[in-house]
Ligand binder design. Structure first.
Ligand code: SF4
Length: 373
């Protein structure tokens, strides 16, 4: 049963130096044509959307859309999904895109969670990352949300920034905790290919932090957030008072979801479907209601369920995976026993989950499952 949809808005007002998401700076006309095409895709597939429980509008920067386009998108979603039955409805934004009228529009359409890209509180780092917002935008934006009694606020942060010291990380941690938001995602900086930072790295203009420092910073993030009431429920995600992201759990539990828009992908019935990340062609094809995926890939459901499920601190149920994939997990992955003996994975009462050292070295553990498949 399809219970989650993702809607992609591939537009930003500026390009951050580390970002490899599918996004572009576009004209108003292109944005208008894109929203028309996207709304059409939603309407064409509305019969599949009767049981939707979570919606995530991501990007790009969805809230950078002007109010007219934002209203059109939200109205269309309200037409094709019964938003009164949603448990979670998230939109991503940058701090400077939050205005009282946009927040009112979101609330009118039942959006109940906003995910804000803060990344760091160090002005020099914000500039280096080419972020568009100022520090005051963060507190102003959150105050506007609070004034409107907006239900759930999440903030995205990055650690192990180029040249970042432990003292700067501590300052970021203190400031993000002081915001008192419900949910914090904290990722390490990754130098992705085709980004400005990666280009600078190739030209020896920047030097990433060494692995030891990055590991120490990750531990500092976990310890500090946990000491301040944020439970780590996923490798990079922390929630207060149970405010875990229900939509993102769809991905980590390897459940079906459908993506709408240029570059969006879907998981349905064990297959991943991809829309080509090309706004112009997406608009062209939409003119003839052609929303066929540009590529399809049969997945190894068990490997995905194991790798994604182990990202959650409560891990996976052996019995559940064996039943769901008609398999014997330990026969299929004998390496699991090594990880248990090495102390990276804990096997307790039918559940497998990463230990603290497993969390710190997650990629090494996950690599095992990739190699076997
Ligand atoms: S605002 Fe977000 S999506 Fe846009 S370039 Fe920056 S990081 Fe990427």
């Amino acid at each position: 049963m399809l219970t989650s949809i993702y809607v992609h808005i591939p537009f930003c007002d500026h390009i951050c130096t580390y970002c490899d998401f599918h996004k572009e700076i576009a004209s108003d006309r292109k944005k208008r044509n894109y929203i028309d095409a996207l709304c059409r895709e939603l309407v064409v597939h509305q019969d599949d959307l009767v049981d939707i429980k979570t919606i995530y509008i991501g990007g790009g920067t969805p809230l950078s859309l002007d109010e007219q386009l934002l209203a059109k998108l939200l109205e269309t979603i309200s037409q094709v999904v019964d938003t009164s039955r949603l448990v979670e409805y998230t939109i991503e934004t940058n701090p400077n895109n939050l205005t009282a009228s946009k927040i009112a529009l979101l609330q009118h359409h039942g959006v109940n969670r906003v995910s804000i890209g803060v990344q760091t509180f160090q002005s020099a780092q914000l500039k280096f990352l080419n972020r568009d917002h100022k520090l005051a935008d963060v507190t102003n934006g959150i105050q506007l949300l609070r004034d409107a009694k907006f239900p759930t606020i999440s903030v995205d942060m990055i650690f192990s920034l180029i040249g970042q010291t432990m003292a700067e990380l501590d300052d970021d941690l203190n400031k993000v905790i002081a915001l008192g938001v419900d949910h914090i995602s904290y990722y390490s900086l990754i130098l992705e290919e085709k980004t400005i930072l990666f280009h600078m790295y190739r030209k020896n203009e920047i030097e990433p932090n060494d692995e030891d420092l990055e590991g120490a910073m990750y531990e500092r993030v976990i310890d500090t957030l946990q000491a301040n009431g944020y439970d780590q429920y996923e490798i990079s995600n922390f929630a207060r008072n149970g405010a875990e992201s229900e939509h993102n759990k769809t991905y980590w539990l390897n459940r079906d979801y459908r993506g709408f828009g240029s570059g969006a992908h879907s998981l349905m019935d064990g297959k991943r479907f991809y829309h080509e990340p090309n706004v112009r062609r997406y608009i062209q094809r939409a003119a003839s209601d052609d929303f066929q995926p540009t590529s399809v890939e049969v997945t190894d459901g068990l490997a995905d369920a194991l790798m994604l499920g182990l990202r959650l601190t409560k891990g996976v149920s052996v019995t559940e995976l064996n039943q769901r994939y008609d398999t014997d997990l330990f026969a299929r992955y004998p390496e699991l026993n090594n990880h248990i003996n090495n102390g990276f994975i804990i096997h307790d009462n039918d559940r497998l989950f990463l230990s603290r050292s497993g969390i710190l070295l997650g990629n090494i553990v996950f690599q095992t499952f990739v190699e076997v498949t």
